[in-house]
Design a protein around this ligand. Structure first.
Ligand code: BDR
Ligand code: CA
Length: 331
């Protein structure tokens, strides 16, 4: 039986400016029901990620469970977060924060994922937009997790598009390549939303000003401030963004895929992650699954990932604008 009930989602995130943009899209969209936010290190330390998730939800008057998760990569040493991209606080260095009272759920993120998946078998979609340590730890705690989740959508990786932390690696995968490889080789319904599509969709700073002016609300003012900082970083990096300030919509596209998969074209194949060496963090797609390669690690039995390779950028931007301009902050 199919229903039009909103999709139950656990949002695994390292907020982070584009993580915040994605969160507000999800909260504003009637087809998405965020039932928990599990935080991880990445754009900021995990403690700050949890503080930001609590703050971003509290100022929209939502009280959604927020957990703290892994604070370092699984195998390789951790590194300082990129404060020059997201700000030292992850939200573009907010000049001040209002007092809020939402508090942390005491469970670790991985345990929360397992508990919720067991409580709602087959119902939960996990949208993961940071390094994948929480999900890989949840897999270790509950190897049956792939059969309990409805599907997993990740923002991370790249196939044809150059990387953003090395010529071949995308940041989320590079931050914890061992965890990512464990996720790509587990048997869930898995979709990868990577740089092949996120670098095709630019959200302009002017749009966030329009949204903030329309609502006159602390949540959209906060988002506008954060995006202004983030857009400054991208303007220094890419000529087309220097002319018209804006930023790539990375994490947002994971949620847009969830509600409007028709906006994307996919390719299916096994993904493995390079865990060491100069290619560390590269997501390698086997496009010839009919060949029984003799090299270890590429057996034809491996699970397949649906990889987003093309996107209708205008369609995504229209959906984002319509959703954020709706009445979601007063509902
Ligand atoms: C990804 O890395 C993070 O900086 C962003 O939040 C996004 O999840 C893009 O490579
Ligand atoms: Ca992120």
């Amino acid at each position: 039986m199919t229903t039009n009930a909103p999709r139950k989602v656990i949002y695994d995130t390292d907020p982070g400016v584009d993580d915040a943009m994605a969160l507000y899209f999800a909260l504003a969209h009637p087809g998405i029901d965020i039932i928990g936010i599990t935080t991880t290190f990445g754009n900021v330390a995990v403690e700050q990620a949890a503080i930001n998730a609590l703050y971003l939800t509290a100022i929209t008057k939502r009280n959604i469970p927020v957990t703290r998760g892994v604070g370092t990569p699984w195998v390789k040493p951790g590194e300082a977060p990129p404060d020059f991209i997201h700000g030292a606080d992850g939200l573009g260095n907010l000049p001040n924060r209002s007092a809020t009272s939402n508090t942390l759920d005491p469970r670790a993120s991985a345990q929360f994922i397992v508990d919720m998946a067991r409580a709602h078998p087959g119902e939960i979609t996990l949208v993961a937009v940071g390094p994948l340590g929480n999900l890989s730890l949840a897999l270790k705690l509950a190897p049956e997790l792939p059969s309990l989740l409805r599907e997993v959508i990740i923002m991370g990786g790249t196939v044809d598009e150059p990387g953003n932390v090395s010529p071949v690696a995308e940041a989320n995968i590079w931050n914890d390549p061992h965890a990512a490889d464990a996720v790509f080789t587990a048997p869930w319904k898995l979709t990868m939303v990577g740089l092949d599509v996120t670098h095709r969709v630019v959200t302009e700073l002017a749009l966030f000003k329009k949204i903030a002016d329309h609502h006159g609300h602390i949540a959209t003012d906060t988002l506008h401030h954060a995006v202004a900082f983030y857009a400054t970083f991208y303007s220094g990096l890419h000529k087309h963004l220097a002319l018209n300030p804006g930023c790539f919509a990375h994490d947002l596209l994971a949620f847009i895929y969830l509600v409007s998969p028709d906006l994307f074209k996919l390719e299916s194949g096994c993904i493995r992650v390079a865990t060491d060496g100069i290619a560390q963090g590269q997501t390698m797609l086997n496009r010839r699954n009919y060949i029984d390669y003799p090299q270890a690690g590429w057996g034809r039995h491996l699970p397949l990932t649906d990889v987003c390779m093309q996107v209708d950028s205008a369609g995504c931007l229209a959906l984002f604008e319509d959703t954020l301009m709706s009445n979601w902050l007063n509902a």
